[in-house]
Design a protein around this ligand. Structure first.
Ligand code: GLN
Length: 266
């Protein structure tokens, strides 16, 4: 049986800052290398609710405040409902920076009107004002969302740490939603409470650009595996790929940031 995976890429022209497109390429490549068929479906102003319903795995990138406003004017009605239902029913996804802000209750920009979000993630984001420093720099995060941490550990045999790069003005406060992880290096959700991102059903929300997945290929594999298992209702084990270069890059980054990890680590 040949498996097929449809990647739904949210608003590629409006939400693809800081190389977030790399997340789509990474999922696509790692699926193709294993012989799975891949379809990349842009989800934008031309998308219907029926298109949205065919998605097996969502990718949403970052955006400027202005673009977020345009996206939210379009992401309404039946289309938004299908997205909500799919996330609630466990369709996996990786949502970076501007897109999780839109999955929360609202995002308040430094200038201008509050942008109402979809309220799927119980959290709010606000920009403290144009004169406040943006949160910019490398990010290292220990995954603490318990089910995800356990499933990632099953893939790698190691405690999961994520490497990324953040660049955001908005500060996110979580309410009744689990954090993705604990900040080891960088600022994360708000620079105050040590949390980074959120994890809900199978949706990963994060401030990590990077792009995240090439730097943390085991997360791409978790997304692919979760998407296929949900779609085909069977247990699926992905074949091993040679990630030597990615692992060397991770090691170099941990060294550069002087982050020492408990063994076994990767
Ligand atoms: N506009 C949002 C902020 O500055 C998101 C930025 C981004 O996606 N990189 O917080």
């Amino acid at each position: 049986m040949s498996f097929e995976i449809t990647i739904g890429w949210l608003y590629p022209k409006l939400m693809s800052t800081y190389g977030d497109r790399g997340n789509v390429i990474c999922i696509e490549r790692r699926s193709l290398w294993r012989g799975y068929n891949v379809k990349v479906l842009p989800l934008d102003q031309n998308t219907t609710a029926e298109d949205m319903a065919t998605v097996d795995l969502f990718v949403g990138g970052g955006a400027q405040d202005r673009q977020q406003e345009i996206v939210m004017r379009d992401l309404q009605g039946k289309k938004a409902e299908v997205l909500r239902e799919k996330i609630e029913n466990g369709t996996p996804g990786v949502f970076t920076c501007g897109s999780p802000q839109l999955l929360g209750h609202y995002y308040e920009p430094g200038l201008g009107q509050r942008i109402e979000g979809l309220g799927i993630l119980d959290m709010v984001s606000l920009h403290p004002g144009e004169n406040t420093r943006r949160c910019i720099g490398n990010l290292v995060v220990e995954v603490t969302a318990s089910r995800l941490a356990q499933e990632l550990e099953e893939i790698t045999g190691c405690k999961p740490y994520l490497i990324g790069f953040e660049n955001h003005g908005g500060r996110t406060k979580l309410a009744n939603v689990e954090a993705l992880g604990r900040v080891v290096y960088g600022l994360g959700n708000n620079g105050e409470d040590g949390t980074e991102g959120a994890f809900y059903r199978n949706a990963i929300a994060t401030y990590s650009h990077g792009p995240l997945l090439p730097k943390n290929p085991f997360v791409a594999d978790w997304l692919i595996q979760t998407a296929l298992q949900l779609k085909y209702q069977q247990s699926i084990t992905l074949s091993q790929l040679d990630d030597t270069l990615a692992m060397q890059a991770r090691e170099a980054m941990f060294k550069r940031l002087k982050v020492s990890l408990p063994a076994p680590a990767l």
